[in-house]
Design a protein around this ligand. Structure first.
Ligand code: FEO
Length: 396
């Protein structure tokens, strides 16, 4: 279960077809994932990253079939998170004195998790490690996606090992971008960016420009999850620059939850109103109690505007909506418009609460909260359609 990538560089990771939840239970991974570890066998041998802890024994078994572990001269820990460092304790038990190259924050992360005083070698941007002709060049990449993250670049073979950046949670026996289903690949790459990297978009742009300014030839991008970019690897870099720049398509996403269908009926009428005014805009509706929140975040990421609805309950909003709005707040979306609506029986705070939350989350709220008592009658149905028509103009 290892394969050669280029010259003396091999993939020695693990494809995890079963994974459906990541980061505990926070992130859905409908298509599994892979934990990519790379072995470079030049005069000196370097191992880049490992795999998640449950696959430690399988990883080390496969790796030791490929190479005598004692021949590994350097371990590179591009990132300390457990999906890449989980096999380190057992590996380091086998090769205890081998140096581990990582950032200063990488040391904090690895010591904090494994409580071991391994032979850490702290590197900074521009530091180089000679493998005997070819070199590894280190580039710190804080907040892509955690403070300890870094990339490394192999001279001669022109390979960027980008760790989480440019990855996808996408299990595939075919490990190259030109051979897999393109719609699946880009859906997963976008979902990964939208859910993991959006909050750090300004830093993504800055780091990519910094790396591009080095003018390094680029033959391959080898991320730590998903497939390897070998056909026009710059394409995913260009996508990242686009996604990081307040990305939006001609899409409006309506999210809601409903108790007795009133808020759902309003949501659907608003969608019809938008469509009546603008038949080119892509309107998508999601009942948040029945939708995968990470898929919804991807849809909001693609949208130019978000419309959020909830009935009022206990002077507040429904929990499914509250949970997604909490996620949305953390995403720090910019350049998107928004509006809120909701049915109510008695006190009627929900639409106002949603409107305030959206504003505080960085959206430009373009309309007063739209409130409907009880269930929409003929007049309120007409007003819901009109609200949608108005929004289409305000969101244009
Ligand atoms: Fe794939 Fe941040 O770990």
């Amino acid at each position: 279960m290892t394969f050669s990538i280029k010259n003396n560089v091999s993939w020695v990771g693990k494809i995890d077809w079963e994974l459906r939840r990541f980061h505990g239970n926070e992130l859905s991974t409908h298509r599994g994932t892979s934990y990519n570890s790379y072995l470079i066998e030049e005069e000196k041998v370097a191992l880049i990253d490992t795999v998640w802890e449950p696959f430690t024994k399988e990883f080390l078994h496969n790796l030791s079939k490929k190479i005598d572990l004692k021949k590994i001269d350097y371990v590179i820990a591009n990132h300390g998170e457990v999906d890449h460092s989980g096999a380190l304790p057992l590996l380091m038990h086998c090769i205890p004195d081998t140096p581990i190259y990582c950032t200063a924050n990488g040391v904090k992360s690895l010591k904090g998790q494994y409580h071991q005083d391994w032979n850490f070698q702290v590197v900074k941007t521009g530091d180089r490690l000679d493998l005997g002709g070819k070199e590894l060049v280190f580039v710190e990449a804080p907040m892509l996606h955690w403070p300890d993250s870094m990339f490394c670049y192999l001279t001669g073979d022109n390979i960027l090992f980008s760790n989480d950046a440019f990855g996808q949670h996408y299990a595939s026996e075919i490990m190259y971008n030109d051979l897999v289903d393109q719609s699946e690949l880009f859906a997963e790459a976008l979902k990964y960016y939208a859910n993991i990297l959006t909050p750090f978009s300004p830093l993504v742009t800055k780091k990519i420009k910094e790396v591009l300014a080095l003018n390094l030839p680029l033959d391959l991008i080898c991320p730590s999850h998903g497939i390897i970019w070998r056909d026009n690897p710059a394409q995913i870099v260009e996508h990242y620059l686009t996604w990081a720049d307040q990305y939006r398509e001609n899409q409006i996403t309506i999210i809601y939850d409903t108790m007795w269908n009133g808020t759902r009926m309003v949501a659907e009428r608003i969608a019809q109103g938008i469509k009546a005014a603008d038949d080119e805009v892509n309107v998508k509706l999601f009942n948040l109690a029945k939708s995968d929140k990470n898929d919804v975040i991807s849809e909001i990421f693609k949208s130019k505007a978000l419309v959020a609805g909830s009935p009022t309950v206990n002077n507040g909003i429904l929990t499914a909506v509250a949970a997604v709005l909490e996620e949305v707040k953390g995403m720090k979306f910019r350049g998107k418009k928004a509006a809120a609506f909701g049915c109510f029986g008695w006190s009627g705070e929900s639409a106002g609460i949603l409107s305030k939350e959206l504003q505080e989350s960085g959206f430009e709220v373009v309309a007063e909260p739209f409130k409907v008592p009880w269930k929409p009658d003929e007049e309120k149905t007409r007003e819901s359609l009109d609200f949608g028509r108005t929004l289409a103009g305000l969101f244009a």
